[in-house]
Design a binder for this molecule. Structure first.
Ligand code: ZN
Length: 519
């Protein structure tokens, strides 16, 4: 008996040791992929901040080499074998166990990376760079006809890409998965239809009233002083400069090399205070998410944000819900006035608050305010679905755009340049999955914030005192530390107790803008 027992015991022990060894090998391989991607990220960050123009040609080559190495390692069949061998171990663990989650997420990444043939990726990349170059010339010339055949080809590519992931309900589903894994065209479409029905009347009511005067933030604000003030703000909300830094760039972004090195970038307009200020808080929101990830996930696929929508929910929560709130400026406005006495000394806090929350109908998505922004995004999402379904032809896109834009936003785009050609997304990438994350971000951000308030009703009072720890720590605990462990729908369910819903967002808009305008 004893012998049998010992034999069994050592058999299981050996099996456990074997699984442990396999898991270690898997982690080592995945970390190599992550390291190469991090090296690529450093190259990109440098290129977008300090690289002299003379470095451009060589940098493109170096990036391509590093990217190719990362891709080769990511699709190594050895990873696929390890994932298969580790399946019994994964299945013996609870769903949210770190090891089980690592294996699950790594398998999802591996399948995505291996299902699309390299030959297709090469053809698509070549097509994308060609289309981008044509668009870069056609857009200023307002020449949609010139990009039309390219866009038609992009649509074919997009459908072809979706078909590498058979079994979908809607052809956009696999493409949405690239950015917002687990969200479906049908559910996003329903969510957006409700949101549009609620939001269009709010926009119409507000824009029919006297617009806010934002002259006070359009004075001259020297760059050096803006940068100093913005640094103080992002530090105050919890961005850790020991694990990050702030630099200037053309198009602000956040980039992660490791949990201990998450960098933000900004740009300054000396004749508009809102640019540097709010893009900084926005990027810091993305960075708080990345800095808040469990350090044990560093170098593994569990690190990072779980989806475009959840990432955007955090940048917008900090930028809009916190950073454009009255309470926030109760604390910071006297400091802002002290930093810019010549410009703001005689400007009442209320005037400033109205200026930073000005709502107006506008042509350009990236310039749109908090209230109108979603309308810009939702029409793009619906056009993506219609194009992919074949219910809208590329040739009819400009006309459809004008019609829809006027119905939703209330102005008629004077040309295609600032109409259906304004965003780079379709002209340098695929059609499908490119836009929904922005609006999901607004919706999820409000939903998560409402859950934080339910847990800690003292948060708004703390914000008025310039204290952000309670909110920040709650977000770390409930959202940030999980990294990619849960999909967006899983995370929202865990954090808020319900699926993604527009109610908290609409409630937020009505409360905030009901106080500023007659609604
Ligand atoms: Zn963002």
């Amino acid at each position: 008996m004893v012998v049998v027992f010992c034999h069994d015991h050592s058999f299981f022990k050996e099996k456990a040791r074997d699984m442990e060894k396999k898991l270690e090998e898997l982690k080592a391989r995945l970390t190599e992929v992550a390291d190469l991607n991090a090296a690529g990220a450093v190259l990109f960050w440098d290129q977008s901040t300090y690289m002299p123009p003379g470095g451009a040609a060589a940098r493109g080559r170096v990036q391509a080499t590093v990217g190719k190495l990362a891709q080769e390692k990511a699709i190594d069949p050895a990873i696929g074998r390890l994932l298969d061998e580790l399946r019994p171990y994964e299945e013996s663990l609870p769903y949210d166990h770190d090891d089980a989650s690592l294996i699950r997420v790594a398998r999802r990444d591996y399948e995505r990376a291996t299902r699309v043939p390299p030959e297709f990726v090469a053809r698509l990349n070549a097509h994308n760079s060609e289309t981008y170059m044509v668009w870069a010339e056609a857009r200023p010339a307002n020449d949609f006809k010139k990009v039309r055949p390219y866009l038609e080809k992009t649509l074919d590519f997009s459908r072809e890409l979706a078909d590498f992931f058979p079994g979908y309900e809607h052809v956009a589903d696999p493409l949405i998965d690239f950015a917002d894994f687990g969200m479906k065209a049908a559910s996003v479409r329903r969510l957006f239809a409700d949101l549009r029905a609620a939001q269009v009347p709010i926009v119409q009511t507000i824009t029919s009233q006297e617009p806010a005067d934002d002259a006070c933030i359009r004075e001259h604000f020297p760059e050096k002083d803006q940068m100093a003030f913005c640094e103080e703000i992002v530090r105050a909300i919890g961005y850790d400069f020991q694990r990050g830094r702030l630099d200037k760039t053309h198009h602000p972004f956040t980039i992660t090399f490791a949990v201990g090195d998450v960098r933000i970038t900004t740009r300054v307009k000396e004749n508009y205070l809102g640019e540097c200020l709010f893009s900084n808080i926005h990027e810091a929101g993305h960075a708080l998410y990345e800095q808040g990830c469990n350090p044990a996930y560093d170098g593994l696929p569990l690190a990072g944000g779980t989806s475009a929508g959840v990432h955007e929910s955090q940048s917008r929560l900090w930028e809009n819900i916190v950073g454009r709130s009255r309470g926030f400026w109760e604390f910071f406005y006297p400091k802002l006035q002290a930093a810019f006495p010549g410009q703001l000394k005689g400007v009442p806090a209320d005037t400033f608050y109205r200026a930073i929350n000005k709502v107006e109908r506008s042509l350009i998505r990236t310039d749109a305010d908090e209230v109108t922004y979603n309308l810009h995004v939702m029409l793009r999402f619906e056009f993506e679905l219609a194009l992919l379904e074949g219910t809208l032809a590329v040739k009819d896109l400009p006309e459809a755009w004008r019609e829809r834009f006027q119905a939703d936003i209330g102005i008629l785009p004077p040309d295609d340049r600032d109409g259906c050609m304004q965003d780079v997304h379709w002209y340098g990438g695929i059609i499908g999955g490119a836009f929904q994350g922005y609006t999901l971000g607004n919706v999820i951000g409000a939903q998560v914030y409402a859950a934080a308030l339910q847990a800690h009703p003292e948060i708004p009072a703390e914000i008025k005192q310039g204290k952000f720890d309670t909110l920040h720590n709650w977000l770390i605990e409930n959202v940030y530390r999980h990294g990619r462990k849960f999909t967006a729908p899983e995370l929202v369910q865990r954090v808020t107790g319900s699926e993604v819903t527009i109610e908290p967002y609409i409630q937020y808009l009505r409360t905030k803008y009901g106080e500023l305008y007659k609604l």
